[in-house]
Design a protein around this ligand. Sequence first.
Ligand code: MG
Length: 158
Amino acid sequence: MRVGLGHDLHRLAPNRALILGGVRIDFERGLIGHSDADILLHAITDALLGAAGLGDIGDAFPDTDPAYAGIDSALLLARALERVRAAGWRIVNLDCTIFAQRPKLAPHKPAIRQKLAELLAIPVEAVNVKAKTGEQVGPIGREEAMAADAVVLIERTT
Ligand code: MG
């Protein structure tokens, strides 16, 4: 078995969709970035690549490459998952935390959990989604940014 860790942070701005874990969330602002800026999927992609010893999301999908401008992060995750599987690994479980001052994420956690299970093709019981505020301090607490952490456990398929 191997474990991988992922972290990501993006800034918030008006006139952007807020997408967390592949789920669109109704909010007056969204995250900005080269792709759709889905911090949770980016953290999970890094955790997966890390567990398999395959580098990071920046190595795999450079943000200088116009091919990835505005790309759905679910596609990046799917490609990373393909690479991890091809290297002979499968996912045991995923745990993750989203850091956001607002909006309240509790009502969205079940939908995000379900979506992550679908994207990773693992049982929903193997996925856990947590949410925390920034206690009104720092870039998270001042609503300048949101962040996400992810930990993935993988095991050999052979
Ligand atoms: Mg990112």
